[in-house]
Design a protein around this ligand. Structure first.
Ligand code: HGA
Length: 606
Protein backbone atom coordinates (compact mmCIF):
# COMPACT_ATOMS: atom_id res chain seq x y z
CA UNK A 1 0.00 0.00 0.00
CA UNK A 2 1.23 3.43 -0.95
CA UNK A 3 3.85 3.25 -3.64
CA UNK A 4 7.07 5.21 -3.58
CA UNK A 5 9.62 5.70 -6.34
CA UNK A 6 12.87 7.66 -6.45
CA UNK A 7 15.28 8.31 -9.30
CA UNK A 8 18.62 10.03 -9.69
CA UNK A 9 20.05 10.31 -13.20
CA UNK A 10 21.82 12.54 -15.66
CA UNK A 11 18.60 12.82 -17.63
CA UNK A 12 15.13 14.09 -16.78
CA UNK A 13 13.61 11.66 -14.23
CA UNK A 14 10.01 12.95 -14.37
CA UNK A 15 8.81 10.50 -17.07
CA UNK A 16 10.50 7.65 -15.19
CA UNK A 17 8.91 8.61 -11.89
CA UNK A 18 5.48 8.82 -13.51
CA UNK A 19 5.91 5.48 -15.31
CA UNK A 20 7.06 3.87 -12.06
CA UNK A 21 4.11 5.33 -10.15
CA UNK A 22 1.67 4.01 -12.73
CA UNK A 23 3.03 0.53 -12.14
CA UNK A 24 2.61 1.01 -8.40
CA UNK A 25 -0.94 2.32 -8.59
CA UNK A 26 -2.22 -1.08 -7.47
CA UNK A 27 -0.81 -0.08 -4.06
CA UNK A 28 -2.93 3.03 -3.68
CA UNK A 29 -4.48 5.66 -5.84
CA UNK A 30 -6.32 8.29 -3.83
CA UNK A 31 -3.73 10.99 -4.44
CA UNK A 32 -0.26 11.29 -5.87
CA UNK A 33 2.72 13.61 -5.93
CA UNK A 34 6.22 14.37 -7.16
CA UNK A 35 9.12 16.04 -5.37
CA UNK A 36 11.88 17.28 -7.68
CA UNK A 37 15.36 18.59 -7.03
CA UNK A 38 17.02 20.56 -9.84
CA UNK A 39 19.86 23.08 -9.51
CA UNK A 40 19.49 23.04 -5.73
CA UNK A 41 15.80 24.02 -5.95
CA UNK A 42 12.91 21.91 -4.68
CA UNK A 43 9.65 21.63 -6.59
CA UNK A 44 6.56 19.85 -5.33
CA UNK A 45 3.57 18.86 -7.48
CA UNK A 46 0.63 17.10 -5.81
CA UNK A 47 -2.88 16.17 -6.88
CA UNK A 48 -5.89 14.57 -5.27
CA UNK A 49 -6.37 11.79 -7.78
CA UNK A 50 -4.64 9.34 -10.01
CA UNK A 51 -1.19 9.33 -11.56
CA UNK A 52 -2.73 10.31 -14.91
CA UNK A 53 -3.78 13.61 -13.32
CA UNK A 54 -0.33 14.05 -11.81
CA UNK A 55 1.15 13.50 -15.27
CA UNK A 56 -1.02 16.33 -16.63
CA UNK A 57 -0.04 18.60 -13.75
CA UNK A 58 3.67 17.92 -14.29
CA UNK A 59 3.77 18.07 -18.08
CA UNK A 60 6.38 20.85 -18.07
CA UNK A 61 8.45 19.60 -15.12
CA UNK A 62 12.01 18.41 -15.53
CA UNK A 63 14.71 17.43 -13.01
CA UNK A 64 17.58 14.94 -12.65
CA UNK A 65 16.56 13.94 -9.10
CA UNK A 66 13.10 13.17 -7.79
CA UNK A 67 10.85 11.21 -5.48
CA UNK A 68 7.24 10.24 -6.14
CA UNK A 69 4.26 8.77 -4.32
CA UNK A 70 0.87 7.23 -4.96
CA UNK A 71 -1.18 7.19 -1.76
CA UNK A 72 -3.57 4.90 0.07
CA UNK A 73 -4.50 7.08 3.01
CA UNK A 74 -4.10 5.81 6.56
CA UNK A 75 -3.85 9.15 8.39
CA UNK A 76 -5.93 11.97 6.96
CA UNK A 77 -8.43 11.99 4.14
CA UNK A 78 -7.37 11.78 0.50
CA UNK A 79 -6.66 15.44 -0.36
CA UNK A 80 -3.98 17.53 -1.97
CA UNK A 81 -2.81 18.77 1.44
CA UNK A 82 -2.34 15.20 2.67
CA UNK A 83 -0.71 13.97 -0.54
CA UNK A 84 3.02 13.25 -0.43
CA UNK A 85 5.76 14.48 -0.60
CA UNK A 86 5.64 16.39 2.67
CA UNK A 87 7.87 19.34 3.37
CA UNK A 88 10.17 19.61 6.38
CA UNK A 89 10.99 23.27 6.98
CA UNK A 90 11.55 24.42 3.44
CA UNK A 91 14.52 22.18 2.64
CA UNK A 92 13.34 18.57 3.01
CA UNK A 93 10.91 16.51 0.93
CA UNK A 94 9.70 13.13 2.15
CA UNK A 95 7.57 10.34 0.66
CA UNK A 96 6.48 7.52 2.94
CA UNK A 97 4.86 4.10 2.89
CA UNK A 98 3.79 2.83 6.31
CA UNK A 99 2.52 4.17 9.61
CA UNK A 100 4.47 6.17 12.19
CA UNK A 101 2.85 4.95 15.39
CA UNK A 102 4.36 7.58 17.71
CA UNK A 103 3.49 10.46 15.36
CA UNK A 104 1.31 12.20 17.96
CA UNK A 105 4.14 12.52 20.52
CA UNK A 106 6.62 13.59 17.88
CA UNK A 107 4.17 16.13 16.50
CA UNK A 108 3.57 17.65 19.93
CA UNK A 109 7.31 18.02 20.45
CA UNK A 110 7.88 19.53 17.02
CA UNK A 111 5.01 22.00 17.47
CA UNK A 112 6.53 23.13 20.75
CA UNK A 113 9.75 23.67 18.81
CA UNK A 114 7.84 25.95 16.45
CA UNK A 115 6.98 23.71 13.49
CA UNK A 116 3.66 24.29 11.74
CA UNK A 117 1.80 21.33 10.26
CA UNK A 118 -0.18 21.63 7.05
CA UNK A 119 -1.47 18.06 6.75
CA UNK A 120 -3.20 15.46 8.92
CA UNK A 121 -0.68 12.76 8.02
CA UNK A 122 1.73 10.93 10.24
CA UNK A 123 4.32 11.38 7.49
CA UNK A 124 4.69 15.14 7.96
CA UNK A 125 6.32 14.59 11.36
CA UNK A 126 9.13 12.70 9.63
CA UNK A 127 9.82 15.61 7.31
CA UNK A 128 9.94 18.16 10.15
CA UNK A 129 11.93 15.82 12.37
CA UNK A 130 14.64 15.45 9.71
CA UNK A 131 14.66 19.22 9.32
CA UNK A 132 15.07 19.68 13.07
CA UNK A 133 17.89 17.13 13.24
CA UNK A 134 19.56 18.79 10.26
CA UNK A 135 19.74 22.06 12.18
CA UNK A 136 21.74 20.18 14.81
CA UNK A 137 24.08 18.06 12.68
CA UNK A 138 24.24 20.00 9.38
CA UNK A 139 24.56 16.60 7.70
CA UNK A 140 21.65 14.98 5.87
CA UNK A 141 22.73 11.38 6.47
CA UNK A 142 23.24 12.02 10.20
CA UNK A 143 19.91 13.84 10.37
CA UNK A 144 18.02 10.99 8.71
CA UNK A 145 19.72 8.40 10.92
CA UNK A 146 18.93 10.40 14.06
CA UNK A 147 15.32 10.82 12.92
CA UNK A 148 14.56 7.21 12.06
CA UNK A 149 16.01 6.19 15.42
CA UNK A 150 13.06 8.06 16.98
CA UNK A 151 10.36 6.53 14.77
CA UNK A 152 8.10 3.72 15.94
CA UNK A 153 6.06 1.81 13.39
CA UNK A 154 6.69 0.91 9.77
CA UNK A 155 8.24 2.94 7.04
CA UNK A 156 9.86 3.04 3.65
CA UNK A 157 10.99 6.63 3.14
CA UNK A 158 12.37 8.54 0.17
CA UNK A 159 14.09 11.82 1.07
CA UNK A 160 15.43 14.72 -1.02
CA UNK A 161 16.96 17.92 0.37
CA UNK A 162 18.44 21.14 -0.90
CA UNK A 163 21.23 20.69 1.65
CA UNK A 164 22.53 17.72 -0.36
CA UNK A 165 21.49 18.72 -3.88
CA UNK A 166 23.14 15.74 -5.64
CA UNK A 167 21.83 13.09 -3.29
CA UNK A 168 18.77 10.98 -2.56
CA UNK A 169 18.29 8.96 0.61
CA UNK A 170 15.95 6.08 1.17
CA UNK A 171 15.45 3.92 4.24
CA UNK A 172 13.18 1.04 5.20
CA UNK A 173 11.86 -0.74 8.27
CA UNK A 174 8.74 -2.84 8.05
CA UNK A 175 7.76 -1.66 4.55
CA UNK A 176 9.30 -2.97 1.35
CA UNK A 177 11.95 -1.11 -0.67
CA UNK A 178 14.25 -2.16 -3.49
CA UNK A 179 17.12 -0.37 -5.22
CA UNK A 180 17.66 -0.48 -8.97
CA UNK A 181 20.94 0.33 -10.72
CA UNK A 182 21.28 1.62 -14.26
CA UNK A 183 24.15 3.21 -16.15
CA UNK A 184 25.07 6.18 -13.94
CA UNK A 185 21.55 6.26 -12.60
CA UNK A 186 19.85 4.76 -9.58
CA UNK A 187 16.30 4.13 -8.58
CA UNK A 188 14.35 2.95 -5.57
CA UNK A 189 10.78 1.74 -5.32
CA UNK A 190 8.30 -0.14 -3.16
CA UNK A 191 8.22 -2.97 -5.70
CA UNK A 192 10.45 -4.14 -8.55
CA UNK A 193 7.49 -3.77 -10.93
CA UNK A 194 8.06 0.00 -10.92
CA UNK A 195 11.70 -0.41 -11.98
CA UNK A 196 11.37 -3.02 -14.71
CA UNK A 197 11.08 -0.47 -17.55
CA UNK A 198 14.47 1.00 -16.54
CA UNK A 199 16.62 -1.75 -15.08
CA UNK A 200 16.72 -5.43 -14.21
CA UNK A 201 19.57 -4.97 -11.70
CA UNK A 202 17.93 -5.01 -8.30
CA UNK A 203 19.17 -4.91 -4.72
CA UNK A 204 16.78 -5.80 -1.92
CA UNK A 205 17.25 -3.69 1.17
CA UNK A 206 17.16 -5.50 4.50
CA UNK A 207 15.21 -4.34 7.56
CA UNK A 208 16.68 -1.09 8.86
CA UNK A 209 18.84 -0.48 5.76
CA UNK A 210 19.42 3.06 4.54
CA UNK A 211 20.89 3.98 1.13
CA UNK A 212 22.64 7.20 0.17
CA UNK A 213 22.40 7.57 -3.59
CA UNK A 214 24.60 9.79 -5.73
CA UNK A 215 25.38 9.68 -9.43
CA UNK A 216 28.27 7.22 -9.00
CA UNK A 217 27.07 4.88 -6.31
CA UNK A 218 24.45 3.78 -3.83
CA UNK A 219 26.04 3.30 -0.42
CA UNK A 220 24.00 1.13 1.89
CA UNK A 221 24.18 1.32 5.70
CA UNK A 222 22.66 -1.35 7.92
CA UNK A 223 20.39 -0.79 10.91
CA UNK A 224 23.45 -0.20 13.13
CA UNK A 225 24.66 2.52 10.74
CA UNK A 226 27.55 0.45 9.38
CA UNK A 227 28.31 0.45 5.63
CA UNK A 228 27.27 -2.91 4.11
CA UNK A 229 27.22 -4.59 0.72
CA UNK A 230 23.94 -6.17 -0.36
CA UNK A 231 23.81 -8.50 -3.35
CA UNK A 232 22.69 -7.00 -6.65
CA UNK A 233 20.69 -9.53 -8.69
CA UNK A 234 19.92 -9.37 -12.37
CA UNK A 235 16.30 -10.30 -12.85
CA UNK A 236 14.90 -12.22 -15.73
CA UNK A 237 11.48 -10.62 -15.93
CA UNK A 238 10.34 -9.13 -19.19
CA UNK A 239 9.19 -5.51 -18.91
CA UNK A 240 6.19 -6.55 -21.05
CA UNK A 241 4.90 -8.57 -18.11
CA UNK A 242 3.51 -5.30 -16.78
CA UNK A 243 1.91 -4.31 -20.13
CA UNK A 244 -1.84 -4.51 -20.50
CA UNK A 245 -1.54 -5.70 -24.13
CA UNK A 246 -4.92 -6.04 -25.81
CA UNK A 247 -6.76 -6.53 -22.54
CA UNK A 248 -9.13 -4.00 -21.05
CA UNK A 249 -8.10 -4.64 -17.46
CA UNK A 250 -5.19 -6.26 -15.62
CA UNK A 251 -7.66 -8.54 -13.88
CA UNK A 252 -8.92 -9.79 -17.24
CA UNK A 253 -5.34 -10.36 -18.40
CA UNK A 254 -4.41 -12.11 -15.18
CA UNK A 255 -7.46 -14.40 -15.34
CA UNK A 256 -6.41 -15.36 -18.88
CA UNK A 257 -2.83 -16.01 -17.78
CA UNK A 258 -3.87 -18.66 -15.28
CA UNK A 259 -3.26 -21.77 -17.41
CA UNK A 260 0.33 -20.62 -18.06
CA UNK A 261 0.80 -19.58 -14.43
CA UNK A 262 -0.31 -23.03 -13.28
CA UNK A 263 1.97 -24.76 -15.77
CA UNK A 264 4.99 -22.75 -14.56
CA UNK A 265 4.16 -23.27 -10.90
CA UNK A 266 3.67 -27.01 -11.28
CA UNK A 267 6.66 -27.64 -13.52
CA UNK A 268 9.04 -28.82 -10.80
CA UNK A 269 6.41 -30.88 -8.99
CA UNK A 270 5.61 -32.66 -12.21
CA UNK A 271 9.29 -33.36 -12.86
CA UNK A 272 10.30 -34.34 -9.32
CA UNK A 273 7.10 -35.91 -8.06
CA UNK A 274 5.71 -35.05 -4.62
CA UNK A 275 9.12 -34.82 -2.96
CA UNK A 276 9.92 -32.72 0.12
CA UNK A 277 12.85 -31.31 -1.89
CA UNK A 278 10.24 -29.20 -3.71
CA UNK A 279 10.08 -27.11 -0.55
CA UNK A 280 13.81 -26.79 0.03
CA UNK A 281 16.74 -28.85 1.27
CA UNK A 282 15.59 -28.82 4.91
CA UNK A 283 12.06 -29.96 4.14
CA UNK A 284 12.70 -33.71 4.27
CA UNK A 285 13.93 -33.55 7.88
CA UNK A 286 11.33 -31.03 9.03
CA UNK A 287 8.36 -32.76 7.40
CA UNK A 288 9.36 -36.17 8.81
CA UNK A 289 8.85 -34.90 12.38
CA UNK A 290 5.68 -32.91 11.85
CA UNK A 291 2.63 -33.24 14.08
CA UNK A 292 0.79 -30.01 13.41
CA UNK A 293 0.43 -27.58 10.54
CA UNK A 294 -0.68 -24.01 11.22
CA UNK A 295 -1.59 -22.02 8.12
CA UNK A 296 -1.48 -18.21 8.42
CA UNK A 297 -2.73 -15.82 5.76
CA UNK A 298 -5.03 -12.87 4.98
CA UNK A 299 -7.75 -12.27 2.37
CA UNK A 300 -7.78 -14.63 -0.61
CA UNK A 301 -4.63 -16.36 0.65
CA UNK A 302 -6.59 -17.26 3.79
CA UNK A 303 -9.21 -18.92 1.58
CA UNK A 304 -6.43 -20.89 -0.14
CA UNK A 305 -5.29 -21.97 3.34
CA UNK A 306 -8.80 -23.16 4.20
CA UNK A 307 -8.91 -25.33 1.07
CA UNK A 308 -5.51 -26.75 2.00
CA UNK A 309 -6.87 -27.76 5.39
CA UNK A 310 -9.34 -30.13 3.69
CA UNK A 311 -6.65 -31.50 1.39
CA UNK A 312 -4.00 -32.06 4.07
CA UNK A 313 -6.46 -33.60 6.54
CA UNK A 314 -7.74 -35.93 3.86
CA UNK A 315 -4.36 -37.04 2.58
CA UNK A 316 -2.23 -37.19 5.76
CA UNK A 317 -2.65 -37.69 9.51
CA UNK A 318 -1.54 -34.17 10.38
CA UNK A 319 -3.62 -31.83 12.50
CA UNK A 320 -4.19 -28.58 10.61
CA UNK A 321 -5.32 -25.17 11.87
CA UNK A 322 -5.90 -22.15 9.67
CA UNK A 323 -5.79 -18.63 11.07
CA UNK A 324 -6.32 -15.12 9.80
CA UNK A 325 -2.93 -13.52 10.44
CA UNK A 326 -4.33 -10.33 11.98
CA UNK A 327 -6.25 -12.41 14.54
CA UNK A 328 -3.52 -14.93 15.24
CA UNK A 329 -0.96 -12.27 16.12
CA UNK A 330 -3.10 -11.13 19.07
CA UNK A 331 -4.25 -14.60 20.19
CA UNK A 332 -2.51 -16.70 22.78
CA UNK A 333 -2.35 -19.80 20.59
CA UNK A 334 0.20 -22.40 21.76
CA UNK A 335 2.48 -23.99 19.21
CA UNK A 336 3.52 -27.54 20.06
CA UNK A 337 6.98 -28.68 18.99
CA UNK A 338 7.21 -29.86 15.42
CA UNK A 339 4.66 -27.37 14.18
CA UNK A 340 5.00 -26.19 10.62
CA UNK A 341 3.84 -22.62 10.00
CA UNK A 342 2.68 -22.26 6.40
CA UNK A 343 2.59 -18.54 5.65
CA UNK A 344 0.81 -17.60 2.42
CA UNK A 345 1.12 -14.21 0.76
CA UNK A 346 1.21 -12.99 -2.84
CA UNK A 347 3.59 -10.14 -2.13
CA UNK A 348 5.45 -11.51 0.88
CA UNK A 349 5.12 -8.04 2.41
CA UNK A 350 1.74 -8.36 4.13
CA UNK A 351 2.32 -6.60 7.45
CA UNK A 352 -0.11 -8.69 9.51
CA UNK A 353 1.30 -11.92 8.14
CA UNK A 354 4.90 -10.97 8.85
CA UNK A 355 3.93 -10.04 12.41
CA UNK A 356 2.02 -13.30 12.84
CA UNK A 357 4.98 -15.36 11.64
CA UNK A 358 7.31 -13.54 14.03
CA UNK A 359 4.90 -14.10 16.90
CA UNK A 360 4.60 -17.82 16.00
CA UNK A 361 8.38 -18.10 16.31
CA UNK A 362 8.15 -16.66 19.82
CA UNK A 363 5.52 -19.21 20.84
CA UNK A 364 7.40 -22.38 20.07
CA UNK A 365 10.04 -24.19 18.17
CA UNK A 366 8.33 -23.87 14.80
CA UNK A 367 9.55 -24.08 11.20
CA UNK A 368 8.21 -21.66 8.62
CA UNK A 369 7.32 -22.46 5.02
CA UNK A 370 6.52 -19.40 2.88
CA UNK A 371 4.25 -19.74 -0.14
CA UNK A 372 4.83 -16.55 -2.03
CA UNK A 373 4.84 -14.99 -5.49
CA UNK A 374 7.80 -12.66 -4.91
CA UNK A 375 11.18 -14.40 -4.59
CA UNK A 376 13.12 -11.93 -2.45
CA UNK A 377 10.32 -10.57 -0.32
CA UNK A 378 10.45 -10.03 3.44
CA UNK A 379 8.50 -13.26 3.97
CA UNK A 380 10.72 -15.48 1.84
CA UNK A 381 13.80 -14.04 3.52
CA UNK A 382 12.45 -14.81 6.98
CA UNK A 383 11.20 -18.31 6.18
CA UNK A 384 13.09 -21.58 6.64
CA UNK A 385 11.60 -23.02 3.45
CA UNK A 386 10.09 -21.37 0.39
CA UNK A 387 7.69 -22.56 -2.27
CA UNK A 388 7.28 -19.97 -4.97
CA UNK A 389 4.20 -19.52 -7.08
CA UNK A 390 5.19 -18.59 -10.61
CA UNK A 391 2.16 -16.45 -11.35
CA UNK A 392 4.21 -13.52 -12.65
CA UNK A 393 3.54 -9.98 -11.56
CA UNK A 394 -0.06 -9.55 -10.39
CA UNK A 395 -1.28 -5.97 -10.72
CA UNK A 396 -5.08 -6.18 -10.41
CA UNK A 397 -6.03 -5.54 -6.79
CA UNK A 398 -8.35 -8.55 -6.70
CA UNK A 399 -6.12 -11.62 -6.63
CA UNK A 400 -6.70 -14.22 -9.35
CA UNK A 401 -3.63 -16.00 -10.70
CA UNK A 402 -1.77 -15.68 -7.40
CA UNK A 403 -4.66 -17.40 -5.58
CA UNK A 404 -4.93 -20.19 -8.14
CA UNK A 405 -1.21 -20.92 -8.05
CA UNK A 406 -1.21 -20.87 -4.24
CA UNK A 407 -3.82 -23.62 -4.41
CA UNK A 408 -1.66 -25.59 -6.82
CA UNK A 409 1.33 -25.38 -4.44
CA UNK A 410 -0.83 -26.31 -1.46
CA UNK A 411 -2.15 -29.36 -3.28
CA UNK A 412 1.40 -30.53 -3.96
CA UNK A 413 2.24 -29.88 -0.29
CA UNK A 414 -0.67 -32.08 0.85
CA UNK A 415 0.33 -34.81 -1.60
CA UNK A 416 3.94 -34.57 -0.41
CA UNK A 417 2.86 -35.10 3.20
CA UNK A 418 0.76 -38.06 2.06
CA UNK A 419 3.66 -39.62 0.19
CA UNK A 420 6.13 -39.07 3.01
CA UNK A 421 3.75 -40.59 5.55
CA UNK A 422 2.99 -43.46 3.17
CA UNK A 423 -0.67 -42.77 3.67
CA UNK A 424 -1.64 -42.99 0.08
CA UNK A 425 -1.34 -45.59 -2.62
CA UNK A 426 1.01 -45.29 -5.57
CA UNK A 427 -2.05 -45.33 -7.88
CA UNK A 428 -3.65 -42.38 -6.11
CA UNK A 429 -0.42 -40.41 -6.28
CA UNK A 430 -0.15 -41.17 -9.99
CA UNK A 431 -3.74 -40.09 -10.39
CA UNK A 432 -2.89 -36.74 -8.71
CA UNK A 433 0.15 -36.30 -10.96
CA UNK A 434 -2.00 -36.98 -13.98
CA UNK A 435 -4.66 -34.51 -12.84
CA UNK A 436 -2.06 -31.79 -12.22
CA UNK A 437 -0.58 -32.40 -15.68
CA UNK A 438 -3.98 -31.83 -17.24
CA UNK A 439 -4.87 -28.92 -14.98
CA UNK A 440 -3.66 -26.07 -17.27
CA UNK A 441 -5.75 -27.48 -20.14
CA UNK A 442 -8.84 -27.91 -17.93
CA UNK A 443 -8.27 -24.37 -16.79
CA UNK A 444 -8.26 -23.13 -20.42
CA UNK A 445 -11.40 -25.16 -21.17
CA UNK A 446 -13.14 -23.64 -18.15
CA UNK A 447 -12.15 -20.11 -19.12
CA UNK A 448 -13.61 -20.80 -22.57
CA UNK A 449 -17.05 -20.78 -20.86
CA UNK A 450 -16.69 -17.03 -20.37
CA UNK A 451 -19.63 -16.08 -22.60
CA UNK A 452 -22.08 -18.05 -20.48
CA UNK A 453 -20.73 -16.47 -17.30
CA UNK A 454 -21.05 -13.08 -18.88
CA UNK A 455 -24.80 -13.75 -19.26
CA UNK A 456 -25.02 -14.63 -15.57
CA UNK A 457 -23.20 -11.39 -14.82
CA UNK A 458 -25.82 -9.43 -16.72
CA UNK A 459 -28.47 -10.78 -14.35
CA UNK A 460 -26.33 -10.46 -11.25
CA UNK A 461 -25.46 -6.85 -11.92
CA UNK A 462 -29.02 -5.89 -10.90
CA UNK A 463 -28.79 -7.68 -7.54
CA UNK A 464 -28.20 -5.91 -4.24
CA UNK A 465 -27.02 -9.06 -2.46
CA UNK A 466 -25.77 -12.52 -3.33
CA UNK A 467 -25.17 -15.73 -1.45
CA UNK A 468 -22.36 -18.16 -2.34
CA UNK A 469 -22.55 -21.75 -1.12
CA UNK A 470 -20.25 -24.76 -1.13
CA UNK A 471 -19.33 -27.72 0.99
CA UNK A 472 -16.00 -29.30 1.92
CA UNK A 473 -13.14 -27.90 -0.24
CA UNK A 474 -15.70 -25.79 -2.09
CA UNK A 475 -16.81 -23.92 1.03
CA UNK A 476 -13.69 -21.71 0.98
CA UNK A 477 -14.27 -21.24 -2.74
CA UNK A 478 -17.73 -19.89 -1.91
CA UNK A 479 -15.99 -17.44 0.47
CA UNK A 480 -13.58 -16.48 -2.31
CA UNK A 481 -16.41 -15.98 -4.85
CA UNK A 482 -18.25 -13.70 -2.41
CA UNK A 483 -15.07 -11.76 -1.69
CA UNK A 484 -14.39 -11.18 -5.38
CA UNK A 485 -17.92 -9.90 -5.98
CA UNK A 486 -17.72 -7.55 -3.00
CA UNK A 487 -14.26 -6.29 -3.91
CA UNK A 488 -14.81 -5.28 -7.49
CA UNK A 489 -18.58 -5.22 -8.15
CA UNK A 490 -19.52 -3.67 -4.77
CA UNK A 491 -22.38 -6.14 -4.31
CA UNK A 492 -22.93 -7.33 -0.78
CA UNK A 493 -22.15 -11.03 -0.87
CA UNK A 494 -21.74 -13.74 1.74
CA UNK A 495 -20.04 -17.09 1.43
CA UNK A 496 -21.47 -19.93 3.48
CA UNK A 497 -20.95 -23.61 4.05
CA UNK A 498 -24.12 -24.98 2.42
CA UNK A 499 -24.94 -26.96 5.57
CA UNK A 500 -25.13 -23.71 7.52
CA UNK A 501 -27.93 -22.34 5.35
CA UNK A 502 -30.72 -23.24 7.69
CA UNK A 503 -28.80 -21.92 10.68
CA UNK A 504 -29.37 -18.38 9.53
CA UNK A 505 -28.87 -17.16 5.97
CA UNK A 506 -31.94 -18.97 4.64
CA UNK A 507 -33.91 -16.14 6.25
CA UNK A 508 -32.53 -13.85 3.54
CA UNK A 509 -33.53 -16.01 0.60
CA UNK A 510 -36.39 -14.85 -1.61
CA UNK A 511 -36.83 -14.28 -5.34
CA UNK A 512 -34.46 -11.31 -5.26
CA UNK A 513 -31.56 -13.36 -3.88
CA UNK A 514 -29.15 -14.96 -6.36
CA UNK A 515 -27.58 -18.05 -4.80
CA UNK A 516 -24.37 -19.18 -6.47
CA UNK A 517 -23.43 -22.74 -5.65
CA UNK A 518 -20.35 -24.86 -6.32
CA UNK A 519 -20.99 -28.58 -6.27
CA UNK A 520 -18.94 -31.69 -6.98
CA UNK A 521 -20.23 -35.11 -7.94
CA UNK A 522 -19.14 -36.84 -4.76
CA UNK A 523 -20.35 -38.19 -1.43
CA UNK A 524 -21.76 -34.75 -0.53
CA UNK A 525 -23.76 -34.15 -3.72
CA UNK A 526 -27.04 -35.30 -2.21
CA UNK A 527 -26.48 -33.04 0.80
CA UNK A 528 -25.87 -30.03 -1.43
CA UNK A 529 -28.93 -30.86 -3.54
CA UNK A 530 -31.05 -30.89 -0.37
CA UNK A 531 -29.68 -27.46 0.51
CA UNK A 532 -30.59 -26.25 -2.96
CA UNK A 533 -34.12 -27.56 -2.60
CA UNK A 534 -34.38 -25.39 0.51
CA UNK A 535 -33.36 -22.39 -1.58
CA UNK A 536 -35.71 -23.30 -4.40
CA UNK A 537 -38.63 -23.62 -1.97
CA UNK A 538 -38.08 -19.98 -0.94
CA UNK A 539 -37.90 -18.69 -4.51
CA UNK A 540 -34.13 -18.11 -4.55
CA UNK A 541 -32.46 -18.03 -7.96
CA UNK A 542 -29.91 -20.84 -8.15
CA UNK A 543 -26.77 -20.47 -10.27
CA UNK A 544 -25.02 -23.82 -10.15
CA UNK A 545 -21.39 -24.47 -11.04
CA UNK A 546 -20.90 -28.21 -11.17
CA UNK A 547 -19.19 -31.11 -12.86
CA UNK A 548 -20.52 -32.91 -15.95
CA UNK A 549 -24.03 -34.13 -15.17
CA UNK A 550 -24.85 -31.28 -12.75
CA UNK A 551 -27.72 -29.95 -14.90
CA UNK A 552 -29.48 -33.30 -14.79
CA UNK A 553 -29.03 -33.50 -11.01
CA UNK A 554 -30.51 -30.04 -10.41
CA UNK A 555 -33.13 -29.39 -13.11
CA UNK A 556 -34.68 -26.77 -10.83
CA UNK A 557 -31.59 -24.54 -10.98
CA UNK A 558 -32.04 -21.22 -12.78
CA UNK A 559 -28.66 -21.54 -14.56
CA UNK A 560 -26.10 -24.34 -14.64
CA UNK A 561 -22.50 -24.33 -15.78
CA UNK A 562 -20.75 -27.67 -16.12
CA UNK A 563 -17.01 -27.41 -16.03
CA UNK A 564 -14.61 -29.97 -17.48
CA UNK A 565 -12.17 -32.04 -15.43
CA UNK A 566 -12.52 -31.00 -11.82
CA UNK A 567 -12.48 -33.97 -9.40
CA UNK A 568 -9.78 -33.55 -6.78
CA UNK A 569 -8.89 -30.16 -8.22
CA UNK A 570 -12.46 -28.83 -8.15
CA UNK A 571 -11.48 -26.02 -5.80
CA UNK A 572 -9.02 -24.68 -8.37
CA UNK A 573 -11.25 -25.03 -11.40
CA UNK A 574 -14.47 -23.79 -9.82
CA UNK A 575 -12.75 -20.59 -8.76
CA UNK A 576 -12.40 -19.57 -12.41
CA UNK A 577 -16.10 -19.03 -13.20
CA UNK A 578 -16.44 -17.10 -9.94
CA UNK A 579 -13.58 -14.78 -10.95
CA UNK A 580 -15.18 -14.25 -14.36
CA UNK A 581 -18.56 -13.67 -12.74
CA UNK A 582 -17.19 -10.94 -10.49
CA UNK A 583 -15.19 -9.45 -13.37
CA UNK A 584 -18.10 -9.24 -15.82
CA UNK A 585 -20.53 -8.05 -13.16
CA UNK A 586 -18.08 -5.28 -12.27
CA UNK A 587 -17.67 -4.35 -15.94
CA UNK A 588 -21.43 -4.15 -16.38
CA UNK A 589 -21.69 -1.95 -13.31
CA UNK A 590 -18.87 0.22 -14.62
CA UNK A 591 -16.64 0.01 -11.56
CA UNK A 592 -12.89 0.49 -11.71
CA UNK A 593 -12.03 -3.20 -11.81
CA UNK A 594 -8.28 -2.99 -11.24
CA UNK A 595 -8.48 -0.27 -8.61
CA UNK A 596 -11.59 -0.89 -6.52
CA UNK A 597 -12.56 1.90 -4.17
CA UNK A 598 -10.92 1.99 -0.75
CA UNK A 599 -8.72 -1.03 -1.49
CA UNK A 600 -5.12 -1.53 -2.48
CA UNK A 601 -2.90 -4.49 -3.04
CA UNK A 602 0.04 -5.66 -0.93
CA UNK A 603 -1.27 -4.60 2.47
CA UNK A 604 1.95 -3.38 4.04
CA UNK A 605 0.25 -1.57 6.92
CA UNK A 606 -1.47 -3.16 9.89
N1 HGA B 1 0.56 6.96 6.68
C1 HGA B 1 0.81 7.59 5.41
C2 HGA B 1 1.20 6.56 4.38
C3 HGA B 1 0.10 5.59 4.13
C4 HGA B 1 0.49 4.25 3.60
O1 HGA B 1 1.64 3.85 3.50
N2 HGA B 1 -0.52 3.47 3.23
O2 HGA B 1 -0.29 2.16 2.81
C5 HGA B 1 -0.40 8.37 4.95
O3 HGA B 1 -1.52 8.18 5.44
O4 HGA B 1 -0.23 9.22 4.08
Amino acid sequence: MCGIVGALSNRNVVPMLLAGLELLEYRGYDSSGLGLLAGGQLQRIRVKGRVSELARASADASAPIGIAHTRWATHGEPSEANAHPHLGGDTILVVHNGIIENHAQLKARLMTAGYTFTSETDTEVVAHLIHAELQRSQNLLAAVQASVAQLEGAYALGIASTTAPDTLICVRKGSPLVLGSGFHEFFFASDIAALLPFTQRITHLEEGDLAVITQDRAQIYDAAGQPVERPCRTLDISPESTDLGHYRHYMQKEIAEQPAALASTLERALQLGFQPALFGPQAEAIFSQLRHVRILACGSSYHAGLVAQYWIEEMSDLAVSVDIASEYRYRQAREPDHTLIVAISQSGETADLLAAVRSARERGNVSVLAICNVPHSSLTREADMVALTYAGIEIGVASTKAFITQLAVLFTLAATFAQQQQRISRETLQHYQHALTRLPQWCSDTLALENEISQWAHELSHAAHALFLGRHQLFPIALEGALKLKEIAYIHAEGYAAGELKHGPLALVDETMPVIVCMRNDRLTEKVLSNLREVEARGGQIYLIGEPGAAALAPFAHRVLEIPGSGDLAAILMTLPLQLLAYHTACRKGTDVDKPRNLAKSVTVE
